[in-house]
Design a protein around this ligand. Structure first.
Ligand code: NAI
Length: 268
């Protein structure tokens, strides 16, 4: 990562996946700019991270093309030209937050879920594409969850957002690949104890279930950060338009001996 420059969205506090990615990138020699929504800048601890990373914080609501354009322009000023990598680590559902079930969604909130958690990824990429803000062979990543493919009832409308997010990586990956060899991927991460993660009802149960199903156990935020660094590095240049499972093997499991034992234990 020596000499590479990038933007990291979504570090709220030290549990955030983006927080760990920022530290890893800088630890590996990259220079970064941090961004988050204006409200998160007021409530979160991003300035602590910025000090540790010697990074400037530039606020941007990821649903606003104006904010994103300003952010890229500032980041290119800071770093003296186009960037090498971008991490989209953004998610929020008002329906999940307010316990609205999937069978009784508030459609204004549903639109917000999709806008913040999925369409913002398109905007992050489109703003960069139009400003030509990413160098040849650059790398753009977003974080996803397996509810994009399989049903996890409590994940609610975020499942639809993640399915869209993964589709955007495939669709834009084509165009940015042709234009500049820029690769676009999503990483489908194990349940992780963060503000967004623990906001989902029953989080502890599906955290423990996934941990018991996966031969390697759940991947934690640090491990996810390592994987992100690999995807930003030159070692993954020909990987694009993919959804990459980073989940300890969970996605290919049917049932595990641990889970069998758990169910048997309950039956006895
Ligand atoms: P987090 O709560 O620390 O991060 C979510 C971030 O999104 C926050 O920094 C928040 O300020 C930001 N955000 C919300 N609205 C925004 C907006 N309009 N503009 C810009 N930023 C906005 O939680 P976490 O878990 O680190 O989430 C990061 C990503 O990882 C999300 O996409 C999440 O869905 C995904 N993920 C999380 C898993 C988990 O179990 N924690 C599992 C799989 C994926």
């Amino acid at each position: 990562m020596q000499g590479k420059k990038g933007i990291i969205f979504g570090a709220l506090d030290e549990n955030s996946i983006a927080w760990k990615v920022a530290l890893q990138c800088v630890g590996e020699g990259a220079a970064i700019t941090l961004s988050n929504a204006p409200i998160a800048l007021r409530m979160g601890k991003i300035n602590e991270l910025a000090a540790q990373c010697n990074a400037e914080v530039v606020g941007a609501d990821a649903t606003s093309m104006e904010d994103l354009t300003r952010l890229y322009q500032r980041a290119m000023e800071i770093h003296g030209g186009p960037l090498d990598f971008v991490l989209h680590s953004i998610g929020m559902s008002p329906n999940v937050r307010k316990n609205k079930p999937y069978t009784d969604l508030n459609y204004e909130w549903y639109a917000k879920t999709l806008d913040i958690s999925a369409v913002s990824f398109h905007k992050v990429i489109q703003a960069a594409y139009q400003l030509d803000a990413i160098k040849d062979w650059g790398s753009i990543l977003a974080l996803s969850y397996i509810a994009a493919q399989r049903n996890f009832p409590n994940y609610n409308d975020m499942a639809d957002a993640k399915a869209t997010l993964e589709s955007i990586a495939r669709s834009f990956g084509y165009h940015y690949g042709v234009k500049r060899h820029v690769r676009v991927n999503t990483i489908s991460q194990s349940p992780t104890k963060t503000t967004a993660g623990t906001g989902v009802a029953g989080f502890d149960v599906f955290y423990n279930f996934a941990d018991s199903m996966s031969p390697l156990g759940n991947a934690d935020a640090e491990a996810c950060a390592n994987y992100c660094v690999m995807m930003f590095s030159d070692w993954s240049r020909y990987v694009t338009m993919q959804n990459l499972f980073h989940d300890g093997g969970y996605s290919n499991m049917g049932i595990s001996e641990k889970v069998i034992e758990m169910i048997k234990g309950k039956g006895e």
